[in-house]
Write a protein that binds this ligand. Structure first.
Ligand code: GDP
Length: 370
Protein backbone atom coordinates (compact mmCIF):
# COMPACT_ATOMS: atom_id res chain seq x y z
CA UNK A 1 0.00 0.00 0.00
CA UNK A 2 1.15 3.55 -0.63
CA UNK A 3 2.03 5.47 2.49
CA UNK A 4 2.59 9.08 3.50
CA UNK A 5 5.37 9.87 5.96
CA UNK A 6 4.98 12.48 8.67
CA UNK A 7 8.03 14.72 9.08
CA UNK A 8 8.76 17.93 10.93
CA UNK A 9 11.18 19.53 13.36
CA UNK A 10 11.13 18.50 17.01
CA UNK A 11 8.31 20.00 19.11
CA UNK A 12 6.02 20.98 16.24
CA UNK A 13 3.33 18.46 17.21
CA UNK A 14 4.14 15.36 15.15
CA UNK A 15 3.74 12.86 17.98
CA UNK A 16 0.55 14.53 19.11
CA UNK A 17 -0.84 14.22 15.59
CA UNK A 18 0.41 10.67 15.16
CA UNK A 19 -1.21 9.67 18.47
CA UNK A 20 -4.48 11.10 17.25
CA UNK A 21 -4.13 9.13 14.02
CA UNK A 22 -3.43 5.87 15.83
CA UNK A 23 -6.28 6.39 18.26
CA UNK A 24 -8.76 7.34 15.57
CA UNK A 25 -7.36 4.28 13.85
CA UNK A 26 -9.09 1.60 11.82
CA UNK A 27 -10.62 -1.27 13.75
CA UNK A 28 -8.12 -4.09 13.49
CA UNK A 29 -10.88 -6.73 13.29
CA UNK A 30 -11.94 -5.41 9.89
CA UNK A 31 -8.42 -5.31 8.53
CA UNK A 32 -6.55 -8.41 9.65
CA UNK A 33 -3.86 -7.80 7.03
CA UNK A 34 -3.06 -4.23 7.99
CA UNK A 35 0.59 -3.44 8.67
CA UNK A 36 1.64 -4.12 12.25
CA UNK A 37 4.35 -1.58 12.92
CA UNK A 38 4.38 0.96 15.75
CA UNK A 39 5.46 3.62 13.25
CA UNK A 40 2.50 3.03 10.97
CA UNK A 41 -0.96 4.39 11.77
CA UNK A 42 -3.83 3.01 9.71
CA UNK A 43 -6.99 5.11 9.39
CA UNK A 44 -10.26 4.56 7.60
CA UNK A 45 -10.76 6.86 4.63
CA UNK A 46 -13.88 8.95 5.24
CA UNK A 47 -16.22 8.75 2.24
CA UNK A 48 -19.78 10.07 2.12
CA UNK A 49 -20.49 7.88 -0.89
CA UNK A 50 -19.96 4.75 1.17
CA UNK A 51 -22.54 6.01 3.66
CA UNK A 52 -25.04 6.73 0.89
CA UNK A 53 -24.55 3.34 -0.79
CA UNK A 54 -25.03 1.69 2.60
CA UNK A 55 -28.29 3.57 3.14
CA UNK A 56 -29.57 2.35 -0.23
CA UNK A 57 -28.47 -1.27 -0.08
CA UNK A 58 -28.66 -1.88 3.67
CA UNK A 59 -25.96 -4.55 3.75
CA UNK A 60 -25.07 -6.61 6.84
CA UNK A 61 -21.68 -4.96 6.96
CA UNK A 62 -19.90 -1.88 5.60
CA UNK A 63 -16.13 -1.72 5.30
CA UNK A 64 -14.34 1.55 4.47
CA UNK A 65 -10.97 1.49 2.77
CA UNK A 66 -7.86 2.46 4.71
CA UNK A 67 -4.84 4.68 4.43
CA UNK A 68 -1.47 4.40 6.17
CA UNK A 69 0.56 7.17 7.75
CA UNK A 70 4.17 6.52 8.71
CA UNK A 71 5.85 8.34 11.57
CA UNK A 72 9.32 9.26 10.33
CA UNK A 73 11.91 8.93 13.06
CA UNK A 74 15.45 10.22 13.11
CA UNK A 75 17.23 13.50 13.47
CA UNK A 76 16.63 16.20 10.92
CA UNK A 77 19.42 18.69 11.36
CA UNK A 78 22.63 17.70 9.66
CA UNK A 79 20.92 14.62 8.23
CA UNK A 80 22.43 15.21 4.81
CA UNK A 81 25.89 15.06 6.36
CA UNK A 82 25.03 11.45 6.76
CA UNK A 83 25.63 10.67 10.40
CA UNK A 84 23.74 8.06 12.39
CA UNK A 85 20.14 8.97 13.03
CA UNK A 86 20.23 11.63 10.35
CA UNK A 87 20.89 8.96 7.78
CA UNK A 88 17.95 7.04 9.14
CA UNK A 89 15.73 10.08 8.71
CA UNK A 90 16.60 10.34 5.01
CA UNK A 91 16.37 6.58 4.49
CA UNK A 92 12.90 6.56 6.04
CA UNK A 93 11.75 9.38 3.79
CA UNK A 94 13.08 7.53 0.78
CA UNK A 95 10.67 4.70 1.54
CA UNK A 96 7.46 6.71 1.66
CA UNK A 97 5.39 7.77 -1.34
CA UNK A 98 4.50 11.24 -0.12
CA UNK A 99 5.68 13.63 2.56
CA UNK A 100 3.45 15.22 5.16
CA UNK A 101 5.43 18.12 6.53
CA UNK A 102 4.12 19.32 9.89
CA UNK A 103 4.90 22.94 10.67
CA UNK A 104 4.41 24.72 13.97
CA UNK A 105 1.93 27.56 13.60
CA UNK A 106 0.90 28.00 17.22
CA UNK A 107 2.22 30.30 19.91
CA UNK A 108 2.64 28.65 23.27
CA UNK A 109 5.28 29.87 25.66
CA UNK A 110 5.22 26.51 27.42
CA UNK A 111 6.38 24.73 24.31
CA UNK A 112 9.97 25.43 23.36
CA UNK A 113 11.10 25.57 19.82
CA UNK A 114 13.86 23.25 18.82
CA UNK A 115 16.89 23.77 21.02
CA UNK A 116 19.88 25.73 19.87
CA UNK A 117 17.84 28.19 17.87
CA UNK A 118 18.85 31.83 17.65
CA UNK A 119 15.37 32.96 18.51
CA UNK A 120 12.40 31.55 20.33
CA UNK A 121 9.83 33.11 18.04
CA UNK A 122 7.64 30.83 16.04
CA UNK A 123 8.86 31.01 12.46
CA UNK A 124 7.16 28.57 10.08
CA UNK A 125 9.19 29.53 7.03
CA UNK A 126 12.53 29.07 8.80
CA UNK A 127 11.31 25.68 10.06
CA UNK A 128 10.24 24.56 6.61
CA UNK A 129 13.58 25.70 5.27
CA UNK A 130 15.55 23.70 7.83
CA UNK A 131 13.96 20.44 6.76
CA UNK A 132 13.80 21.14 3.07
CA UNK A 133 17.45 22.15 3.05
CA UNK A 134 18.50 18.73 4.36
CA UNK A 135 16.46 17.03 1.65
CA UNK A 136 17.81 19.36 -1.01
CA UNK A 137 21.41 18.71 0.07
CA UNK A 138 20.85 14.97 0.02
CA UNK A 139 19.40 15.25 -3.49
CA UNK A 140 22.22 17.45 -4.63
CA UNK A 141 24.66 14.77 -3.58
CA UNK A 142 22.78 12.12 -5.60
CA UNK A 143 22.50 14.41 -8.59
CA UNK A 144 26.18 15.37 -8.55
CA UNK A 145 27.19 11.72 -8.44
CA UNK A 146 25.06 10.88 -11.46
CA UNK A 147 26.15 14.05 -13.21
CA UNK A 148 29.83 13.14 -13.12
CA UNK A 149 29.06 9.64 -14.30
CA UNK A 150 26.70 10.54 -17.13
CA UNK A 151 28.41 13.68 -18.40
CA UNK A 152 31.14 11.95 -20.41
CA UNK A 153 28.86 9.41 -21.99
CA UNK A 154 26.34 12.10 -22.91
CA UNK A 155 29.01 14.34 -24.48
CA UNK A 156 29.77 11.68 -27.11
CA UNK A 157 26.05 11.93 -28.08
CA UNK A 158 25.96 8.22 -28.84
CA UNK A 159 23.85 6.98 -25.99
CA UNK A 160 20.34 8.43 -26.24
CA UNK A 161 19.39 7.52 -22.66
CA UNK A 162 22.52 9.18 -21.30
CA UNK A 163 21.79 12.32 -23.30
CA UNK A 164 18.30 12.52 -21.88
CA UNK A 165 19.44 11.82 -18.34
CA UNK A 166 22.11 14.48 -18.63
CA UNK A 167 19.54 16.98 -19.86
CA UNK A 168 17.39 16.22 -16.81
CA UNK A 169 20.34 16.49 -14.43
CA UNK A 170 21.29 19.84 -15.94
CA UNK A 171 17.78 21.01 -15.25
CA UNK A 172 17.70 19.83 -11.64
CA UNK A 173 21.20 20.75 -10.46
CA UNK A 174 20.94 24.57 -10.57
CA UNK A 175 17.53 24.51 -8.90
CA UNK A 176 18.85 22.47 -5.98
CA UNK A 177 21.91 24.71 -5.82
CA UNK A 178 19.57 27.65 -5.43
CA UNK A 179 18.06 25.92 -2.40
CA UNK A 180 14.81 24.94 -4.07
CA UNK A 181 13.12 21.56 -4.21
CA UNK A 182 13.17 19.68 -7.52
CA UNK A 183 9.37 19.48 -7.46
CA UNK A 184 9.26 23.15 -8.44
CA UNK A 185 10.53 22.15 -11.92
CA UNK A 186 8.22 21.42 -14.81
CA UNK A 187 9.43 18.31 -16.58
CA UNK A 188 8.52 17.09 -20.06
CA UNK A 189 6.78 13.73 -20.28
CA UNK A 190 9.87 11.88 -21.49
CA UNK A 191 11.93 13.43 -18.70
CA UNK A 192 9.58 12.25 -15.98
CA UNK A 193 10.70 8.65 -16.34
CA UNK A 194 14.30 9.67 -15.80
CA UNK A 195 13.32 11.81 -12.82
CA UNK A 196 11.62 8.80 -11.27
CA UNK A 197 14.71 6.67 -11.74
CA UNK A 198 16.79 9.16 -9.73
CA UNK A 199 14.78 8.43 -6.54
CA UNK A 200 15.08 11.98 -5.28
CA UNK A 201 13.52 13.16 -2.04
CA UNK A 202 12.43 16.61 -3.18
CA UNK A 203 10.40 15.26 -6.11
CA UNK A 204 8.11 13.33 -3.79
CA UNK A 205 4.67 14.86 -3.51
CA UNK A 206 4.38 16.97 -0.38
CA UNK A 207 1.62 18.40 1.72
CA UNK A 208 2.15 20.98 4.45
CA UNK A 209 0.27 20.75 7.72
CA UNK A 210 -0.07 23.98 9.66
CA UNK A 211 -0.43 22.98 13.30
CA UNK A 212 -2.34 25.87 14.85
CA UNK A 213 -3.47 26.69 18.34
CA UNK A 214 -6.62 25.03 19.65
CA UNK A 215 -8.18 28.50 20.11
CA UNK A 216 -7.67 29.51 16.51
CA UNK A 217 -8.42 26.37 14.52
CA UNK A 218 -11.96 27.54 13.71
CA UNK A 219 -10.69 30.65 11.89
CA UNK A 220 -7.44 29.67 10.14
CA UNK A 221 -7.65 32.45 7.55
CA UNK A 222 -6.97 34.96 10.33
CA UNK A 223 -3.65 33.37 11.26
CA UNK A 224 -0.59 34.98 9.74
CA UNK A 225 1.53 31.83 10.19
CA UNK A 226 -1.00 29.93 8.10
CA UNK A 227 -0.84 32.50 5.35
CA UNK A 228 2.95 32.23 5.28
CA UNK A 229 2.81 28.45 5.02
CA UNK A 230 0.13 28.54 2.31
CA UNK A 231 2.11 31.04 0.25
CA UNK A 232 5.23 28.92 0.47
CA UNK A 233 3.33 25.72 -0.36
CA UNK A 234 1.94 27.44 -3.45
CA UNK A 235 5.48 27.89 -4.79
CA UNK A 236 5.75 24.11 -4.81
CA UNK A 237 2.19 23.58 -6.07
CA UNK A 238 1.55 21.89 -2.74
CA UNK A 239 -1.55 21.89 -0.55
CA UNK A 240 -1.76 23.08 3.04
CA UNK A 241 -4.01 21.47 5.62
CA UNK A 242 -4.73 23.36 8.84
CA UNK A 243 -5.18 21.32 12.01
CA UNK A 244 -4.67 21.63 15.73
CA UNK A 245 -2.90 18.47 16.81
CA UNK A 246 -4.03 19.01 20.38
CA UNK A 247 -7.67 19.20 19.28
CA UNK A 248 -7.20 16.08 17.16
CA UNK A 249 -6.04 14.18 20.21
CA UNK A 250 -9.26 15.13 21.98
CA UNK A 251 -11.43 14.26 18.99
CA UNK A 252 -9.81 10.84 18.67
CA UNK A 253 -11.14 9.94 22.11
CA UNK A 254 -14.77 10.76 21.29
CA UNK A 255 -17.57 8.52 20.03
CA UNK A 256 -18.99 9.33 16.59
CA UNK A 257 -22.05 11.25 17.80
CA UNK A 258 -20.07 13.28 20.32
CA UNK A 259 -17.52 13.98 17.63
CA UNK A 260 -19.94 15.85 15.38
CA UNK A 261 -21.12 17.97 18.28
CA UNK A 262 -17.60 18.79 19.39
CA UNK A 263 -16.52 19.76 15.87
CA UNK A 264 -19.48 22.07 15.47
CA UNK A 265 -18.73 23.74 18.77
CA UNK A 266 -15.24 24.70 17.62
CA UNK A 267 -16.41 25.73 14.15
CA UNK A 268 -15.25 22.76 12.06
CA UNK A 269 -17.18 20.45 9.77
CA UNK A 270 -14.70 17.59 9.80
CA UNK A 271 -11.77 16.47 11.90
CA UNK A 272 -8.24 17.41 10.87
CA UNK A 273 -7.28 13.75 10.62
CA UNK A 274 -10.16 13.14 8.19
CA UNK A 275 -9.19 16.19 6.14
CA UNK A 276 -5.55 15.14 6.15
CA UNK A 277 -6.41 11.60 5.09
CA UNK A 278 -8.50 12.78 2.16
CA UNK A 279 -5.90 15.28 1.01
CA UNK A 280 -3.05 12.75 1.24
CA UNK A 281 -5.18 10.20 -0.65
CA UNK A 282 -5.62 12.60 -3.54
CA UNK A 283 -2.01 13.71 -3.41
CA UNK A 284 -0.99 10.11 -4.04
CA UNK A 285 -3.31 9.81 -7.01
CA UNK A 286 -5.54 7.29 -5.31
CA UNK A 287 -9.15 6.60 -6.12
CA UNK A 288 -11.90 4.47 -4.62
CA UNK A 289 -14.13 1.88 -6.21
CA UNK A 290 -16.88 -0.01 -4.41
CA UNK A 291 -18.25 -3.50 -4.25
CA UNK A 292 -21.87 -3.55 -3.14
CA UNK A 293 -23.72 -6.71 -2.18
CA UNK A 294 -26.35 -7.51 0.42
CA UNK A 295 -23.73 -9.09 2.64
CA UNK A 296 -21.16 -6.36 2.40
CA UNK A 297 -20.63 -2.92 0.94
CA UNK A 298 -16.98 -2.12 0.73
CA UNK A 299 -14.63 0.57 -0.53
CA UNK A 300 -11.33 -0.33 -2.19
CA UNK A 301 -8.32 1.87 -2.93
CA UNK A 302 -6.74 1.84 -6.36
CA UNK A 303 -4.05 3.86 -8.09
CA UNK A 304 -5.74 5.99 -10.72
CA UNK A 305 -5.08 4.84 -14.25
CA UNK A 306 -5.14 1.08 -13.60
CA UNK A 307 -7.33 -1.26 -15.64
CA UNK A 308 -10.16 -3.50 -14.46
CA UNK A 309 -8.14 -6.74 -14.02
CA UNK A 310 -5.58 -4.99 -11.78
CA UNK A 311 -8.42 -3.46 -9.77
CA UNK A 312 -9.93 -6.93 -9.33
CA UNK A 313 -6.52 -8.16 -8.17
CA UNK A 314 -6.69 -5.77 -5.21
CA UNK A 315 -9.47 -7.94 -3.79
CA UNK A 316 -7.87 -11.26 -4.66
CA UNK A 317 -5.16 -12.37 -7.07
CA UNK A 318 -7.53 -15.06 -8.44
CA UNK A 319 -9.92 -12.32 -9.56
CA UNK A 320 -7.14 -10.86 -11.68
CA UNK A 321 -5.81 -14.15 -13.07
CA UNK A 322 -9.23 -15.38 -14.14
CA UNK A 323 -10.72 -11.98 -14.99
CA UNK A 324 -13.53 -12.11 -17.56
CA UNK A 325 -15.35 -8.82 -17.17
CA UNK A 326 -16.58 -6.28 -14.62
CA UNK A 327 -20.25 -5.41 -14.32
CA UNK A 328 -19.99 -1.71 -13.59
CA UNK A 329 -22.16 1.26 -12.71
CA UNK A 330 -21.17 4.69 -11.58
CA UNK A 331 -21.94 5.92 -8.09
CA UNK A 332 -23.89 8.85 -9.54
CA UNK A 333 -26.11 6.51 -11.56
CA UNK A 334 -26.86 4.34 -8.53
CA UNK A 335 -27.88 7.41 -6.55
CA UNK A 336 -29.94 8.81 -9.43
CA UNK A 337 -31.82 5.58 -10.25
CA UNK A 338 -31.93 4.16 -6.74
CA UNK A 339 -31.08 0.51 -7.37
CA UNK A 340 -28.93 -1.69 -9.57
CA UNK A 341 -32.08 -2.96 -11.27
CA UNK A 342 -33.18 0.56 -12.15
CA UNK A 343 -29.68 1.41 -13.39
CA UNK A 344 -29.87 -1.64 -15.65
CA UNK A 345 -33.31 -0.71 -16.97
CA UNK A 346 -32.02 2.72 -17.80
CA UNK A 347 -29.32 1.07 -19.89
CA UNK A 348 -26.57 2.42 -17.63
CA UNK A 349 -25.20 -0.88 -16.35
CA UNK A 350 -21.99 -1.60 -18.24
CA UNK A 351 -20.02 -4.74 -19.02
CA UNK A 352 -16.41 -3.64 -18.94
CA UNK A 353 -13.51 -5.70 -20.26
CA UNK A 354 -9.77 -6.04 -19.71
CA UNK A 355 -8.90 -2.66 -21.18
CA UNK A 356 -11.33 -0.65 -19.05
CA UNK A 357 -9.66 2.09 -16.99
CA UNK A 358 -11.33 2.11 -13.59
CA UNK A 359 -12.90 5.41 -12.52
CA UNK A 360 -13.20 6.87 -9.04
CA UNK A 361 -16.68 6.03 -7.75
CA UNK A 362 -17.24 2.94 -9.91
CA UNK A 363 -19.35 0.23 -8.32
CA UNK A 364 -18.03 -3.06 -9.66
CA UNK A 365 -18.79 -6.74 -9.65
CA UNK A 366 -16.07 -8.93 -11.10
CA UNK A 367 -16.75 -12.03 -13.17
CA UNK A 368 -13.86 -14.46 -13.28
CA UNK A 369 -12.84 -18.07 -14.04
CA UNK A 370 -11.51 -20.16 -11.23
P1 GDP B 1 7.02 16.50 18.12
O1 GDP B 1 8.35 16.64 18.77
O2 GDP B 1 6.97 17.19 16.81
O3 GDP B 1 6.53 15.10 18.05
O4 GDP B 1 6.01 17.34 19.02
P2 GDP B 1 4.95 16.87 20.12
O5 GDP B 1 3.77 16.26 19.50
O6 GDP B 1 5.65 16.09 21.18
O7 GDP B 1 4.51 18.29 20.68
C1 GDP B 1 5.41 19.15 21.33
C2 GDP B 1 4.67 19.98 22.32
O8 GDP B 1 3.76 20.85 21.64
C3 GDP B 1 3.82 19.14 23.29
O9 GDP B 1 3.92 19.72 24.56
C4 GDP B 1 2.44 19.31 22.72
O10 GDP B 1 1.44 19.19 23.73
C5 GDP B 1 2.46 20.70 22.15
N1 GDP B 1 1.48 20.84 21.07
C6 GDP B 1 1.29 20.03 20.00
N2 GDP B 1 0.24 20.46 19.27
C7 GDP B 1 -0.24 21.56 19.88
C8 GDP B 1 -1.33 22.46 19.59
O11 GDP B 1 -2.09 22.29 18.63
N3 GDP B 1 -1.48 23.50 20.47
C9 GDP B 1 -0.65 23.69 21.55
N4 GDP B 1 -0.87 24.71 22.34
N5 GDP B 1 0.35 22.85 21.82
C10 GDP B 1 0.56 21.80 21.02
Amino acid sequence: ALTAGIVGLPNVGKSTLFNAITQAGAEAANYPFATIDPNVGTVEVPDERLTKITELIKPKKTVPTTFEFTDIAGIVKGASKGEGLGNKFLANIREVDAIIHVVRAFDDENVMREQGRESDFVDPLADIDTINLELILADLESVNKRYTRVEKIARTQKDKDAVLEFKVLEKIKPVLEEGKSARTINFEDDELKVVKSLFLLTTKPVLYVANVSEDEVGAPDMIDYVKQIRDFAATENADTVVISARVEEEIAELEDDEKAEFLEAIGLCESGVDKLTQTAYHLLGLGTYFTAGEKEVRAWTFKRGIKAPAAAGIIHSDFEKGFIRAVTMSYDDLIQYGSEKAVKEAGRLREEGKEYVVQDGDIMEFRFNV
